[in-house]
Every structure is written in C-alpha cells, then in structure tokens.
Design a protein. Structure first.
Length: 315
C-alpha cells in the first residue's frame, strides 16, 4: 500500500464528508493505493456516525473510536499502530490542511529520501495576536532547544516513512515534537515543505492559548528526555555529587577555622554558614538518590496502554 492517511479528530462532523471526498479524489487521480484512518478522540457530536457511513461506502476508510477524549498524541499513536502504508500522512480534520499537498509530500519521502517531511504554513489565516505571534515564539524556542530546523512544529500536515511511525512513541502532549522524537530515534533526514493553509470552514478551533503554555512545558520535558531520559543519573547524580562536595568543603573549612584559627569564637552550630553547608549536602544527597531511583525505574518500567478504544471499523 502506498499511503496511509491518519486523521485525529474531535467534534468535526461537518467537515468529514468533504475532507473524505477531497482525499479520495487526490488519491484516485494519482493512482495511489491508500487507506484513511479516522481516530475519533471522544467526540460528543455525530462524528463517529459519519465515519461509520464512510466506512460502509468505502473499504479504504478505517475508524478508531476512543472511549473518551485522551488527546491528540494518543490518537496519533493509535493511528500509527494500525497504519500499513509505506508513507504515512497526518493531517487535521478541520479542512485547514490541504489534501492536494499529499502527492508532493509522498514524492519527497519516496524519491528524495527524507524520513519525515513537515508542512510549513508560511501564510496563515489565524489571529495574529492569539496564534501567530505565540506560534512564532514557540517555534523559535523549539528550534533552539531541539536543534531541528523547522519553521512550524505545530503543523498537522506531515509525511513519514512507515519505519518512523513504527519506532517512535508519541505520548502525553508530544505530538508537537514528533520531528524531535524522530531525530532522537535516529531518523535525522527531516525536510520541510511550504503548504497552503486554509481558513477554518466549520466549527471553532479546539486549541486556545493554553496549548502554547503546555507546549513550552513539554519543550522542557523533551529537552530533558532527549539528553538524560536514558541516563538520569548523569544529571541528578552529577548535580548531587557537586552540591555535596561544595557543602562538605564548606563544612570542612568551618571546622578548620574553628579548631586552628578561632577556638574561642562561636560554636560552629551558631554560625549561619554551617546550616547553608548542611542544607547543600542534604540537597546534594537528594539529587543523587533521585538519579539512582530514576535509573531503577527506567530499567524496571513496563509499557502500558494510555487510551481505551471503544469501537473499530475495517481494522
């Protein structure tokens, strides 16, 4: 199979038929073998009923329905598990991503040798204050922190080699950082394509300003995981040893000063420097223990499902 199109969605019943028709037209005109996997992330409207109708009409349409809203990352993870295409395309269900971009994205993966190609919505139709400016700041921080030189990490329109989606773990709210996860997994050939961004036609956006706050927090998380996720002792252990040595050295200085230079002075325990040194040694010990526990947890953890599926169609 040439292409799997993975589409996470939440309450997008108005756009699904139009989106399906558009994707099917592009696929058929380019003679691609394909499947369209809709992941209903706990919709409360009639989105699932629409997906059921489409799956009965076309065997290429597959559906996964979550028991409740688990988040976009979990929806993508479920879609990636089921995708069978040599190239996997992700896009949003709100018609703001243009299916006409699919053939060129496919070509960049198959012919140009990219592991991943990310869309870049260079010209956007979103609010400048509520979305564009925060998005630019977020993307700048993501580039500086991750080393992945993309202009638009948040663009839902992306193309992947099948090997990429089968070997990365998308969890929490990490869907924004799939290119970073791919790079960390060894899939470093990451490209970018300017794509057409369209104004939302139906409904309202599901994302507010809080997604940028969460995005920056996730950025810190993925920075830590990228560098120390497999070796937490290298960070916490090093900090712990350093702080303990500083505290111990300061305590030793206070002891030498008391015994040899100021025997008639105040007791060591009456000097505030003593408690600073003691606190530093205690915190250093706690850092070291945290790193040690992190190593134990890392080696003993068992992967668990992060979502519950209610229904499936054609899968």
């Amino acid at each position: 199979m040439n292409i799997s199109v993975v589409i996470p969605l939440l309450n997008e019943q108005e756009s699904l038929i139009e989106l399906y028709d558009w994707i099917a037209k592009v696929m058929q005109s380019n003679r691609f073998s394909y499947e369209i996997i809709f992941i209903d992330d706990g919709s409360t409207d009639d989105s699932w009923q629409v997906i059921e109708q489409l799956s009965q009409k076309d065997d290429n349409v597959k559906g996964i329905r979550f028991l409740k809203n688990f988040g976009k990352s979990q929806a993508l993870h479920a879609g990636f598990e089921k995708a069978r295409g040599n190239v996997v395309i992700t896009m949003d269900a709100d018609l703001q991503d243009n299916p006409d971009e699919i053939p060129e994205l496919y070509t960049m993966i198959v012919n140009d040798g990219f592991d991943l190609v990310s869309g870049w919505k260079k010209k956007r139709y979103d609010s400048v204050i509520s979305k564009n400016l925060p998005s630019k700041l977020f993307n700048w921080a993501a580039r500086k922190t991750s080393g992945v030189k993309l202009h638009d990490f948040n663009c839902g329109l992306k193309a992947y080699k099948q090997e990429v989606v089968k070997n990365i773990d998308v969890n929490g709210e990490m869907h924004r950082y799939i290119p970073v996860l791919s790079k960390n997994a060894g899939f470093a050939r990451i490209g970018e394509k300017v794509v057409l961004h369209q104004a939302r036609k139906y409904g309202e956006t599901k994302f507010g300003m809080d997604r940028f706050i969460n995005g920056f927090l996730d950025l810190i998380t993925i920075w830590f995981i990228s560098r120390f996720g497999k070796r937490p002792m290298h960070l916490f252990g090093a900090l712990g040893v350093l702080m303990f040595i500083i505290g111990f050295g300061f305590s030793l200085y206070l002891g030498i000063d008391k015994v040899f230079f100021n025997p008639e002075g105040r007791l060591i325990t009456e000097r505030p420097q003593f408690y600073i040194a003691l606190a530093t040694m205690v915190i250093g010990t706690q850092f070291f223990v945290a790193g040690f526990l992190g190593e134990i947890i890392l080696r003993s953890r068992q992967d668990k499902k992060r979502y519950l599926i209610k229904d499936k169609l054609n899968l």
